[in-house]
Design a protein around this ligand. Structure first.
Ligand SMILES: N[C@@H](CCC(=O)N[C@@H](CS)C(=O)NCC(=O)O)C(=O)O
Length: 222
């Protein structure tokens, strides 16, 4: 049997979620090793000393330690739903929007989510930044049902896990915002079979043991 890529992942990490989404849609079989961030296994730290997830170790030994690189690698193997080819613009446009998410929006999200860790003045500014950007995403969705496309593509799948975190901070607040298209976009993504297929709860992986086959088999217990 050929060796499979090994994916170090953490179920609720938005970066790991986006990597699992791309690996799942591409049908790329992996060995998944669920990591507890407070107690990182040696296997992860040896493969990638910076110790963030996700990390994908390819059978030849190459290590991908950025979530977006894992998405692009998976989709370069197989892209059955056209995630790399949005109907408006191109891959570079999607990467530019993802950079806004991973940069200023994530910076603001952290301050809104963990206000006690930051100066009070930063929180109000962060909320304003985040809300302005979410409003821009809502405006984008007036042209087509996905961020750059008539079909869900890389940008949607990379960004939705972070919008989910922001919305999840206060569901009533989220529902009251004037962003009907963004709310519908998130709700549709949250209800998708693809997301459900990458959100199984798994036991923490232990060094020296075998991980779990991924993508998971249909019907596997959650
Ligand atoms: N730029 C990285 C960021 C990954 C990242 O920061 N992941 C978080 C979890 S959501 C992490 O592993 N943090 C390390 C820690 O908490 O010790 C990527 O895109 O993969």
């Amino acid at each position: 049997m050929t060796a499979l890529p090994v994916l170090y992942s953490f179920r609720r990490c938005p970066y790991a979620m986006r990597a699992r989404l791309a690996l799942a849609v591409s049908g790329q079989a992996c060995e998944l090793r669920e990591v507890v961030l407070k107690n990182k296994p040696q296997g992860l730290l040896q493969a990638s000393p910076k110790g963030t997830v996700p990390v994908l170790v390819l059978p030849g030994g190459e290590v991908l330690e950025q979530s977006l690189d894992i998405m692009l690698w998976a989709l370069s193997q197989r892209d059955p739903e056209g995630w790399l080819t949005p109907s408006q613009g191109n891959l570079e446009d999607m990467q530019a929007l993802i950079a806004e998410c991973d940069g200023p929006f994530k910076h603001a999200l952290d301050r809104c989510k963990y206000p006690s860790r930051y100066p009070h003045a930063d929180i109000a500014a962060a909320r304003a930044t985040a809300e302005a950007w979410l409003g821009l995403l809502d405006a984008r969705l007036s042209a087509q049902p996905h961020l750059l496309s008539t079909h869900a593509a890389l940008a949607d799948m990379a960004i939705a896990p972070f919008v989910r975190q922001f919305a999840g901070m206060d569901a009533d607040w989220w529902a009251a915002q004037p962003w009907p298209r963004l709310q519908a976009w998130l709700a549709q993504w949250q209800a998708s079979d693809l997301l459900a297929s990458v959100m199984h709860k798994l036991p923490a992986w232990v060094d020296g043991t075998k991980g779990v086959p991924f993508p998971h088999r249909a019907g596997m217990a959650d």
